[in-house]
Ligand binder design. Structure first.
Ligand SMILES: [Zn+2]
Ligand SMILES: [Zn+2]
Length: 250
């Protein structure tokens, strides 16, 4: 399985990290997880292309995860695409309905399917997905895909997310601020490493970085690695990562 980080930033701009978005899968089955500001542009830059994004899975409805949803749909409509599936936590239908109320000329351009999911198991776009609720200022879901890849969404350190990630080849986790920033609703490196100390994960990619982290990326890595024995990386926009066959075999 392949994943491409489209946006590794958050709600405040850094100049090089756009807002949240990750594409997983390959040409025959592809899924966009979250669609913050800049993701449409990154989809084009990545070579994946917005045309191929038939299905979007949302972790939650904060702006930095949904701001490019309507622009994505408009671009796809202009490119002649006729279907769009949007899946997310409870109240996603109401949220999408309100978007179309605001931009009503976009109505009836697609065969639009909106689906709400809850913690537990579901299938989407050829992926087997497990979801748990995170600890955040808005209802948010973390997802595990095909047993190999876990994406935390926005969350404080959460035992439920750690349990979900246990056995994953890759965990992509919120690490919004360095240790010295007082914050709730997001994770910081040392507490994240402590949470994951005994969790079986091959590689952790840190994402959702606020400008407070700029120039301090190594500090984030060291903070997690102080307790977590696996590989730790800071994700960058347009970085592609592959889960290898040997990791799949673990
Ligand atoms: Zn959020
Ligand atoms: Zn966020």
């Amino acid at each position: 399985m392949e994943l491409c980080f489209l946006g590794t930033g958050a709600a405040m701009p850094t100049g090089d990290r756009f807002q949240s978005g990750i594409v997983i899968g390959e040409a025959d089955r592809r899924l966009l997880i979250d669609c913050g500001s800049g993701v449409l542009h990154r989809l084009h830059q990545s070579g994946i292309g917005y045309e191929s994004i038939d299905t979007v899975l949302l972790t939650h409805h904060h702006l930095d995860h949904v701001a490019d949803l309507m622009p994505l749909m408009k671009a796809r409509w202009l490119a002649g695409e006729e279907t769009q599936t949007i899946v997310g936590p409870p109240r996603t239908s109401e949220f999408i309905e309100q978007l179309f109320d605001t931009h009503d000329y976009m109505r009836d351009r697609f065969d639009l399917e909106v689906r709400e999911v809850e913690p537990g198991h579901f299938e989407l776009a050829g992926f087997e997905i497990e979801a748990v609720e995170t600890i955040h200022s808005m209802y948010c879901l973390a997802y595990r895909f095909d047993d190999r890849l876990t994406i935390s969404g926005d969350t404080e350190t959460s035992q439920a997310v750690a349990d979900l990630a246990d056995g994953s080849a890759i965990l992509v986790h919120d690490c919004a601020f360095p240790d010295d920033v007082e914050v709730s609703n997001h994770a910081r490196p040392t507490e994240l490493g402590e949470l994951l100390a005994d969790v079986d994960i091959g590689r952790v990619y840190l994402t959702h970085l606020y400008p407070h982290c700029s120039g301090r990326e190594q500090e984030l890595i060291d903070g997690v690695a102080a307790n977590f024995p696996g590989t730790v990386r800071v994700a960058d926009d347009l970085q592609t990562v592959r889960i290898t066959a040997s990791e799949d075999a673990n």
